[in-house]
Design a protein. Structure first.
Length: 613
């Protein structure tokens, strides 16, 4: 009972930690969004223009109003396209005169072009004031004021091409360009260059994810949909960057970018459910179908730019239920698996940013506000692609681990347990793929059975191990030592002609003659043919004599050599034939007195160490 209560307590504690994590994440994201909006506010040392502004349309006075001011077809059915002129007053107090560089800053305007005049003198322009075929509304605009300014009242005129909306949605201000250079750069970066940078990143990563969907079986449909969603977001974001002149009409541009926003949400909805391993429920199909319907509707809608603006202001409301459903699915799955932090962060950011923009636009409806939902889509696209790439890397690591483990198992299966060299199971992997020329050395220990009979199998095993170590020290890393039988071995010398193989055989036999293994219990002796100056002397075919003066075991080997020197790669039949030849040469060496080598194609060779009569 106590264990059961402890398990319940642990489960409840884990659940509370997850809830705390989600709450803190929500607070963090919301606070970060609000702090970002605060960056648009003027610095403390800024001189603000007077909030009262008079405005005209095509030189017809429309009235006076306080800033921020927005005239939009989305909220005013009587809106008319045209050139809107806004006249503002700037009061420079005493002490502001001098030669310091001052900059007039428009944090954000609504319109397709902007021309600014200071006391009747043109400071500069942004966009195309003739046709309004530009996208400048989301960027900060800076204009250098004349170097010599006098205290008192000055007048600013901002002429805005209002194709579907016109206004000054953030109060302009004047600052010292030198002391506020970093702030101005950061504002310029975040309102323009950071979005261009995000477009490039999303475009590249989306193409990678899309290619993963084409060329890999794992999560194919999810990767394809996420790649398409990322591409759609990258095009949609061009509505928020500074484009001096659009490559198409403003109506076509707005249709393209706004419709792709809906297309991306439809793709994200289906792709996320695929990633989570969930089927498409009726709700998921309904939300995805609604977004696709909005996508098609905006594309085929026949109205002008004002009608298009009013349409996508309404379809924008459809993001809330779709994103809320997506957020619910991700949170629910994250509570089960706990490995979706990246996806959860992306969905949460886009939900809060889009929800905030919708509330401000539809419910509060102030004359001036800063849109931030596009930053949410940036985070959503990047987090989604990051999740796919991270998941693919994790799968690749798992696959690499499994391959290395399989290779280790295969290597272990191919190794001789006693000596550590390869066993006969290696031969099928090599016989059909050896480059010529190659040579084979077949050898065994002379009278090895007598070693086992006289000194025991433990001593015989030690002899085999030392023989393999000795042979391994004398061959290259890409050559092979194979134990083919009890005391019989095969050395495969890759890219080695017969002459080099014979030289190596002579060296191995010489080293075997100089080798000695300590015997347990101090018993000494030699096995094999007489080698002259040693304590052992042969006393007949089956009689051996050992003394206690030398507690070391010495042995000899006999070796047969054959080579395959033709062009191209070897076949299994050629390898088998070469191996038979080398084996026959080994027995020829034994018949000639042991402790020697014989090679196919060469005449009898003398023993390396001459036997005494």
């Amino acid at each position: 009972m106590s264990n059961y209560l402890q398990s319940l307590g642990k489960a409840g504690s884990a659940r509370r930690r997850k809830i705390t994590f989600y709450v803190l994440l929500l607070v963090f994201v919301f606070a970060a969004l609000e702090i970002f909006i605060l960056a648009y506010r003027p610095p403390k040392d800024a001189l603000l223009v007077e909030p009262e502004v008079s405005f005209l349309r095509d030189e017809v006075m429309l009235g006076q109003q306080s800033l921020p001011l927005l005239l939009s077809s989305g909220g005013d059915p009587n809106f008319i396209s045209g050139e809107y002129s806004f006249t503002l007053r700037l009061l420079l107090p005493e002490g502001t005169e001098g030669s310091t560089r001052k900059v007039l800053v428009f944090p954000q305007i609504s319109g397709s072009s902007l021309e600014v005049f200071f006391d009747g003198e043109k400071l500069g322009s942004r966009g195309d004031p003739v046709s309004g075929q530009s996208s400048i509304w989301n960027s900060i605009h800076q204009f250098c004021l004349p170097t010599q300014l006098t205290a008192g009242e000055h007048f600013l005129e901002a002429r805005i091409q209002g194709t579907y909306e016109a206004g000054i949605v953030a109060i302009p201000y004047v600052v010292n360009a030198d002391t506020n250079s970093l702030r101005l750069f950061m504002l310029d970066f975040f309102t323009n260059y950071s979005i261009w940078l995000s477009i490039g990143c999303i475009l590249i990563v989306s193409l990678i994810v899309l290619s993963m969907g084409f060329f890999t079986e794992q999560s194919r449909s999810a990767n394809l949909l996420l790649g398409l969603a990322g591409l759609a977001v990258s095009v949609f974001l061009t509505d928020f960057v500074y484009i001096e002149r659009l490559p198409m009409s403003l109506v076509a541009f707005k249709k393209l970018v706004v419709s792709l926003r809906h297309f991306s949400v439809a793709c994200f909805t289906v792709a996320y459910l695929r990633l989570l391993g969930k089927g498409l429920s009726l709700a998921a199909k309904a939300f995805a179908a609604f977004q696709l319907a909005c996508f098609v509707l905006i594309i085929v809608y026949p109205g002008d730019i004002i009608a298009i603006k009013r349409l996508y202001s309404l379809t924008f409301l459809g993001f809330i239920p779709s994103l809320l459903y997506l957020l619910y699915k991700v949170i629910h799955h994250a509570a089960e698996t706990g490995d979706l932090s990246i996806l959860l962060f992306g969905v949460l950011v886009v939900f809060l940013s889009a929800g905030r923009d919708i509330v401000v636009m539809v419910i509060l409806r102030p004359d001036g506000f800063i849109l931030i939902s596009h930053y949410g889509f940036i985070v959503l696209a990047l987090s989604s692609c990051a999740f796919v790439v991270n998941d693919s890397l994790r799968q690749y690591k798992n696959l690499a681990f499994e391959r290395s483990r399989a290779a280790a198992f295969r290597e272990e299966a191919l190794r001789d347990e006693l000596t550590g060299c390869y066993n006969r199971k290696l031969l099928p992997f090599l016989t059909g793929n050896l480059a010529k020329p190659y040579s084979l050395l077949v050898f065994d220990i002379d009278d090895f059975k007598r070693i086992n009979d006289r000194f025991g199998h433990e001593t015989g095993d030690a002899v085999l191990k030392e023989l393999v170590c000795m042979a391994g020290r004398n061959i290259r890393s890409h050559d092979y030592i194979v134990r083919t039988g009890g005391d019989e071995f095969l050395i495969i010398l890759r890219s080695c002609p017969l002459q080099i193989a014979c030289f190596l055989a002579e060296h191995l036999i010489a080293e075997a003659n100089s080798f000695a293994i300590p015997l347990p219990g101090g018993q000494g002796g030699e096995v094999g043919p007489d080698v002259g100056a040693r304590t052992y002397r042969s006393a007949g075919a089956d009689a051996y004599h050992a003394t206690d003066t030398d507690p070391m075991l010495r042995f000899t080997i006999s070796m047969g050599i054959a080579s395959c020197a033709e062009d191209l790669r070897s076949t299994q039949d050629e390898f088998a034939s070469t191996l038979r030849s080398a084996d026959a040469e080994m027995y020829r060496a034994k018949n000639q007195g042991k402790n020697r080598w014989c090679a196919a194609g060469l005449q009898d060779r003398p023993a390396l160490v001459q036997n005494d009569a």
